[in-house]
Write a protein that binds this ligand. Sequence first.
Ligand code: ZN
Length: 378
Amino acid sequence: MIFQVTHRDARTSARAGVLKTSRGEIHTPVFMPVGTQATVKALTSRELLEAGAEVILSNTYHLYLRPGVKVIEGAGGLHSFMGWDKPILTDSGGFQIFSLAAFSKVRKDGVEFQSHIDGSRHFLTPEEVVRIQCSFGSDIFMPLDECVKYPSEESVVEKSVELTRQWAGRSKEAWRALVREDGRFEKNILFGIVQGGTIARLRKEAARQLLDLDFPGYAIGGLSVGEPNELMAEILSLTAPALPAEKPRYLMGVGMPLDLLEAVSQGVDMFDCVVPTRNGRHGTVFTSGGRLLLREAKYVSDLRPLDEKCPCYACRTHSRAYLRHLFNSEEHLGGRLASLHNLTFFIQLLQSTRRAIEEKRFHEFRLAFERNYNEEDS
Ligand SMILES: [Zn+2]
């Protein structure tokens, strides 16, 4: 058993659990910092550990193009290449191929695309994407999928669900073949990804088809791509319960603090999002009282820490006034400190959520958080 649900909330579908990987346990609900280019932007691995990270994300598309599979293999895998020895989840890069590549076209066996870096042409199959992630030594990997834009015609979404299903089957088969060849790969975990845009019928259909393939875990993809928040919550509320209760559920690319708590209440266990680091680099920090835009004049002499309750290095050492000064002087340290703080805040939010579920007070915890947290920038 790679995943064990240890506690369930009585009122909602929220649960606490443990996901076991060969590089350590991941305690869920969990927030996974995004390290697309084999780096969580501006932070060292030591700082990620201090922030409480148990697992980070990286991206197959980006690393396949640069520095390339050979360089990472030569370094002994992604963990030693980047100096991080806890679990790594690699996204397949399907989302990036279809959204970032200069050109992409689905062929019979896979997808042809042009690199957004140097315009070079590439062709990747679902099998190759699984093999690349094995070469990286990822602990959790994702199959090649197609994520449609929002909004998309039902017929377009239907076609992409069918393609994603075929690719999921081929990915699973490729993974099985690798395990047969080399027993070490048995410890890697391959998730299935439920697509289906914002069309309820197709979401349910996509979930049902993937269950037949019996993946060790399931991801919900294609949300938080521009649809209204209520629609995201609605689609999530019918997709999450369609997934097996005993397996981990991962909501890809979501989201803001209140979205995370809503998704936890729907039974989601794993999250990743660029929000903490991207916002941090631009001078926005998240606190238990809401967001602070550090460039604002009102912080010019504010000697309080970013968040009184936060144990991070930035909050222990510096004031809002100092961070505002760094941002206004275009000093790199500002973005680093704000990123460190934001990641600590997001990781701790889910750690506190987990404790609340264990102690049977998730409802009270969520109400108190929502009461203090101001969605509007303060
Ligand atoms: Zn802090």
